[in-house]
Design a protein around this ligand. Sequence first.
Ligand code: ZN
Length: 259
Amino acid sequence: MGALHLAHAEQAPPADGNRTKGKGGGGGETFADFARQVYNDQRATPLAREMLLAFGFATMVAHSEEACDVHAVWKTVRHAMGATRTGREWRLNQAIAEDAPGYSSGKDRSRRACVAPRLRPHPDGPDDFRNQLGICGTLADWEHYAVEKQAGTGWYKYRWYCKRHLDHLVRVREQLREPNSRAPEPIPNRGGLLPVYFESDWVTAYRTHLGLPDWQPPVYGISADDWPIPGVEKVPPRARLRLAAVDGTLLVETPGGPR
Ligand SMILES: [Zn+2]
């Protein structure tokens, strides 16, 4: 059984005294409402969805009248999700680590077409992608790419170059050095869902489960709802369930195996 670790949360509101069975602290929201939100949340991976539902079940159904029994809440969630296939770890530990906000640059190694400009038409005809895009199109080696960081989002765009066009690569890398240095920290595009639905000391929880004591939340915020992703409308703040709070102190359990 994992040890308990106390973490104080500054933003913790006073305990909600109006809890009734089957309802959470989120303004009388029912578990069914909560589950609907989670199922409709396109950002959630299957594992994240399972974890959110387990936390929702633990706080709104299983322990709705024992707001203080934080050990029971965590235990319920751990057991609801079970152990990993090896039996050495709780799946909850893995799910929390995977929910740590971050940016995946989506480097697609199967699409390494050289983007150097095509000077003569390729003999495969006008419909060939190399002629359509006006690029060389030869497969590039793994390491022969330049990263362009997008001005608004900080997201990465990869430009690949084949062996014949390494002079282009050198030039492009040089050209991108300065604009890249001005690009913002990439807007996160994965994780950050626990803070959307539950209030707790998630910075400590992520640090603990990642095994990275120095991990820092994104400058854009720890909750996925706060990230200014282009084309995604900002979500109005929703009522979050308070997770395992005692007298304004939120508890985070350190990861441990199922023994
Ligand atoms: Zn090329």
